[in-house]
Ligand binder design. Structure first.
Ligand SMILES: *[C@@H]1O[C@H](CO)[C@@H](O)[C@H](O)[C@H]1NC(C)=O
Ligand SMILES: *[C@@H]1O[C@H](CO)[C@@H](O)[C@H](O)[C@H]1NC(C)=O
Ligand SMILES: *[C@@H]1O[C@H](CO)[C@@H](O)[C@H](O)[C@H]1NC(C)=O
Ligand SMILES: *[C@@H]1O[C@H](CO)[C@@H](O)[C@H](O)[C@H]1NC(C)=O
Ligand SMILES: *[C@@H]1O[C@H](CO)[C@@H](O)[C@H](O)[C@H]1NC(C)=O
Ligand SMILES: *[C@@H]1O[C@H](CO)[C@@H](O)[C@H](O)[C@H]1NC(C)=O
Ligand SMILES: *[C@@H]1O[C@H](CO)[C@@H](O)[C@H](O)[C@H]1NC(C)=O
Length: 576
């Protein structure tokens, strides 16, 4: 009885021993990075892990690759063994591999890891302490996941991270102190989430330079939130639900476009802001912006300002780019741009200007672009344009009330002075209208009417491309040698067939006409040339393959073995 049991146990043991190596799947590094062969790079293709990462093994022909990328893989979780097998790993890209979950202790041995890219996965929650072990992590990309929840201590163990990308997730709140240990954190991307509010202390511990909160649902920003982050240079709050904001003093670039702002509150202290976007809000006055004397770019387009006080731009002497598009202005008073000697770009398109006196811009002698489209202009005193603005290279004239003979003169003048007049945006074309170079004008026939053209608010080129990016298919692979051979074979085949057809066909045109004969010879000649090219191609291919083989042979002379327990040693000492 006992003996029987022993035998059974032994049998089970043997079975287990036999079974184990069969179950383990190993994946080998591919060291080609596109065309480049790189010993320190490892691409892993078609790795599949379904809830049991223990049975997977990774191998490299060369020791110590440090940069890893996964392609066409399906990982429900991150295989821990990677970090024991390759302890020198510094960067790993597991984007788009279907990761649902990060387990505790996953990164226990990722001691050298600096860049971790986990974009476009299926993560929903980050638990406490999951990054424990990543003692050198600097860049963490978790964008384009489905994160709804961050546990308070999820980032607790990675104080070295300087860039954290959490954009394109579904976060509605951030737990208290979630970034409180990240004392190097300088860039945080939280755009395209569902945040409605942020605690004052959220970034109190971080030396932030850049904070991106675009396209959330934030309705209110406390002054306390940003008062502690004195190093902040870029603040993006585009596409939120702000109605009022106290402008923070330290950032140089502030994007507040596409909110619902009616009020901008300014503190008495000096401001650093040089770039301010207030486009597409509900502002009726920008009088408070008038004190931001360092401004170089100001965009207040798509707000119903209706009129501008003469003093609006008096202190904005550095102003270089000014967008007043679609602000419902009826007039620009003389003197309003008296201090704008640095102005290069002025957009007053889609207002209700009946006249535009160019002398209002006399101070702006370095003006390069002037957009006057979409107003009610019938004429401008253009004869001095190039004297007043010697650098002018663009004049937007689209959708005004020009009569055609006048417009023709104007455009002729512009061409002489090398000033471009082509409409700057796609306003939709109505080509049956009388026009000069795509700019509508009133012909001589009485009762002619001009079309109404609406301003084009946004190009939305960036948004569209971002969206298409997120839906895009995985990159097509480079054509392999095998495929290339296949293609040549196919081409060979058709060439052969064509030749055979030629043989079957009546050999020479019977009509005997000289040109036909000529054409036939010509065809043969081309076929010959094609064949020669083909043969050269094949020769080249064989040569390339021969070389590759030789190289591989040399490579393999560098012998190394993987020690049990994971780390790699080599008989070739010295660094790669
Ligand atoms: C990944 O694996 C899961 C579960 O086996 C499967 O449902 C899914 O279709 C796989 N995805 C890909 C891209 O292979
Ligand atoms: C903008 O604010 C007004 C009140 O000031 C409110 O009625 C409106 O619904 C808001 N619009 C959006 C899109 O939040
Ligand atoms: C300008 O600032 C004052 C207080 O400083 C505030 O009462 C007012 O509403 C602000 N106006 C606008 C249009 O932002
Ligand atoms: C534009 O200004 C006119 C008056 O000059 C006013 O009647 C109209 O309501 C304004 N439009 C908007 C959108 O504020
Ligand atoms: C076109 O406008 C110019 C100046 O505004 C005027 O002299 C000319 O008579 C106009 N021509 C027609 C056909 O209305
Ligand atoms: C300001 O924001 C608007 C709306 O998003 C955008 O169309 C515009 O290009 C921005 N202005 C600048 C100067 O970037
Ligand atoms: C192409 O055809 C020639 C014969 O015309 C043959 O010798 C050669 O091996 C073929 N090449 C391939 C790649 O099939």
């Amino acid at each position: 009885m006992d003996r029987f049991r022993v035998r059974v146990v032994a049998g089970v043991l043997v079975l287990a021993l036999v079974a184990t190596p069969i179950r383990a799947i190993s994946y080998q590094c591919d060291h080609y990075e596109g065309e480049q062969y790189n010993l320190r790079y490892c691409a892993l293709f078609g790795v599949a892990i379904v809830h049991d990462a223990e049975d997977v093994d990774f191998l490299s022909e060369y020791p110590r690759p440090y940069r890893f990328e996964f392609f066409q893989s399906n990982l429900t979780e991150i295989p821990r063994s990677l970090f024991t097998v390759f302890p020198e790993m510094q960067s790993i890209d597991m984007s788009g591999t279907g990761i649902e979950n990060i387990n505790k202790f996953t990164f226990e041995n990722a001691k050298q890891l600096q860049n971790l890219f986990l974009r476009e996965n299926l993560l929903t929650t980050l638990n406490n302490f999951i990054f424990k072990g990543c003692d050198r992590l600097a860049w963490l990309d978790l964008s384009h996941n489905r994160l709804r929840e961050l546990k308070e201590k999820a980032f607790y163990d990675i104080p070295t991270v300087h860039t954290l990308d959490l954009s394109y997730n579904q976060l509605a709140t951030l737990p208290r102190g979630v970034f409180s240990t990240m004392e190097k954190l300088s860039a945080v991307y939280l755009s395209h989430n569902r945040l409605t509010a942020l605690r004052d202390s959220t970034f109190a511990a971080n030396p932030l330079l850049s904070l991106d909160l675009n396209y959330n649902r934030i309705a209110y920003i406390n002054t306390g939130l940003l008062s502690s982050t004195l190093s902040l240079t870029t603040l993006n709050l585009r596409g939120n639900a702000l109605q009022s904001i106290t402008l923070p003093r330290t950032p140089k670039n502030i994007d507040l476009a596409e909110n619902n702002l009616t009020t901008i509150l300014i503190e008495p202290d000096p401001y650093a802001v040089v770039w301010l976007n207030l486009s597409t809000n509900a502002l009726t006055s920008i009088v408070n912006v008038s004190v931001l004397s360092n401004l170089r770019t100001l965009d207040v387009s798509f707000n119903s300002l209706n009129s501008l006080p003469l003093t609006t731009f008096l202190s904005l002497k550095a102003l270089n780019t000014l967008n007043l598009e679609a602000t419902n202005l009826t007039a620009l008073e003389h003197g309003i741009f008296s201090q704008q000697s640095n102005l290069h770009w002025l957009d007053v398109s889609f207002n209700r200007l009946h006249s535009f006196d160019l002398s209002v811009l006399t101070a702006a002698s370095s003006l390069e672009r002037l957009h006057l489209d979409g107003n009610d202009l019938a004429d401008i005193e253009y004869r001095w344009i190039s004297e007043l603005f010697p650098s002018l290279n663009y004049l937007g004239l689209f959708a005004n009330r020009w009569n055609c003979s006048y417009l023709l003169e104007l455009i002729r003048y512009c061409r002489q002075k090398s000033i471009s007049v082509a409409p700057a945006k796609e306003y939709g074309t109505v080509l049956h209208m009388t026009n000069v170079q795509g700019i509508y004008c009133l012909g001589s026939s009485s009762g002619a009417k001009l079309p109404t053209v609406d301003p084009v608010q946004h190009w939305d080129g960036t948004k569209a491309s971002l969206e298409s990016q997120s839906n895009s298919d995985p990159k097509p692979d480079a054509i392999s040698t095998e495929q290339l051979l296949q293609m040549i074979r196919a081409m060979n085949q058709t060439t052969l067939e064509r030749m055979r057809q030629m043989d079957v066909l009546p050999p020479a045109p019977d009509s005997g006409s000289c040109t036909a004969m000529h054409a036939y010879n010509y065809q043969i000649f081309i076929l010959l040339i094609l064949s020669i090219i083909l043969i050269i191609n094949i020769g080249f291919l064989l040569w390339v393959q021969h070389n590759a083989n030789a190289r591989r042979a040399v490579d393999q002379m560098i012998v190394f073995r993987r020690e049990h327990g994971g780390s790699i040693s080599t008989e070739l000492h010295g660094d790669f």
